[in-house]
Design a protein around this ligand. Structure first.
Ligand SMILES: *Cc1c(COP(=O)(O)O)cnc(C)c1O
Length: 389
């Protein structure tokens, strides 16, 4: 295994700090490393493997499409993406989708759409700003880094694209003074800030922001890259907040482990982009769309109830800890805070056979949405033991 560690160090760009394990194969929520050690995975590859490792129906759907037609480009019609788009619009009430390959690209699409909407309607050079919230995370491209409301991401890569401003989350005065100048064309927010520490926005704040935006024709972009696709117990987290966004972006878990990003358009935005305004070679790839269809088709009400049952089980087990544990998040997107450093908990869990993530000071749990109760119990036995050590 040292060979792999050394080879990785020699040939892979040093952008990732990896845990010292090399994963080999997986089934359900259990993954095995090259030494044969098994782990329960409460991270799902950062909320990507919605149905765990190598779900049978998903593998069958993907491999069937792989052996039928793997790629055509967007110069031609193909079925899987159209079927998927129809299903997603029926499920959400959104009007159209654009298929991208990642969360950052989905957000780029939303930003471009918001700017063009404002350009088409107001032709005002000064009405182009995207307002985002402090502690947000929106991606790693130059524009989405700039949209990310954390100074640590705004180093080294200058000049960044212009036209991004920020406000404090859950602070309506901060929001109002930011939009006051009349320069804002869209507000972009995560309803649960994932990378920022699993912070759920206040429902009243979100409602007030959306009302203000509606009155001033400022578009609302909800970044559901992490919160989307059943993760919070609804298909999309905005359903918990009773709002109707103009643009919704998602990625991570939508295709069950294959790269896909989506930008959804609502009534105001469905016809903003036209021929040549946007595109991507791999967008709407049939293999990935077949994988996503197999995931989305199974996310019915009963499935979402199952997500909440698993969430309740986790919260009940954490409440039994001797050490005080503060829990944030919704559904199977949970942040835990104790008086121990989150990285120490994550490392100790790894030793004992459980994979968890961190987000700032919190331990972050994003288990597969259909994790078996047996695996869930085994994982929670380890986690509660580590917390109480
Ligand atoms: C992960 C994430 C992104 C970026 O997605 P990529 O697929 O890594 O480009 C954007 N927004 C949020 C909220 C995310 O969690």
């Amino acid at each position: 295994m040292n060979d792999i560690f050394n080879c990785d160090k020699e040939y892979i760009a040093n952008t990732y700090k990896r845990f010292p394990v090399c994963l080999k194969d997986g089934k359900g929520a259990t993954v095995t490393d090259t030494n044969g050690k098994k782990y329960i995975d409460f991270g799902s590859g950062i909320a990507v493997n919605s149905f765990g490792y190598c779900d049978e129906k998903w593998v069958a759907a993907v491999t069937e499409q792989l052996g039928t037609l793997q790629h055509t480009s967007n110069l031609y019609y193909t079925e899987p993406g159209v079927k998927l788009a129809k299903l997603l619009c029926e499920k959400t009430g959104m009007r159209k989708v654009f298929f991208a390959n990642s969360g950052a690209e989905a957000n780029e699409c939303a930003i471009k759409t918001a700017r063009k909407y404002s350009f088409d309607k107001y032709a005002d050079e000064n009405r182009k700003d995207i307002l985002s919230l402090h502690q947000s995370f929106h991606g790693r491209t130059l524009a989405t880094l700039k949209a990310t409301g954390q100074d640590v991401f705004h180093k080294y890569f200058d000049p960044f694209p212009q036209g991004f401003i920020y406000a404090d989350a859950n602070d309506l005065d901060s929001f109002k003074s930011a939009v006051n100048g009349g320069t804002v064309c869209a507000v972009m927010m995560e309803l649960i800030q994932g990378e920022g520490g699993v912070n759920v926005l206040d429902a009243d704040y979100v409602k007030n922001v959306c009302e203000y935006c509606d009155e001033h024709d400022i578009l609302v972009i909800i970044d559901e890259v992490q919160t989307g696709n059943g993760r919070t117990g609804k298909m999309y987290a905005y359903e918990h907040f009773g709002i109707k966004p103009d643009l919704v972006t998602t990625a991570k878990g939508i295709a069950g482990g294959l790269p896909m990003g989506i930008c959804y358009f609502g009534e105001k935005t469905e016809n903003v982009l036209s021929y040549g305004d946007h595109g991507t070679t791999f967008g709407m790839n049939p293999v990935i769309c077949a994988g996503a269809l197999s995931v989305v088709e199974r996310m019915d009400d009963e499935f979402l109830v199952g997500v909440l049952e698993r969430s309740n089980y986790i919260c009940d087990r954490l409440a039994e800890c001797k050490r005080k544990v503060t829990v944030s998040g919704m559904g199977l997107m949970l942040g835990l805070e104790t008086d121990k450093p989150s990285s120490a908990i994550a490392n100790r869990c790894l030793e004992k056979g459980l994979l968890v993530l961190t987000a700032k000071t919190k331990v972050r749990l994003l288990p597969p949405l259909n994790i078996s109760f047996e695996e869930l119990k085994t994982g929670m036995d380890i986690l509660t033991e580590v917390i109480d050590e």
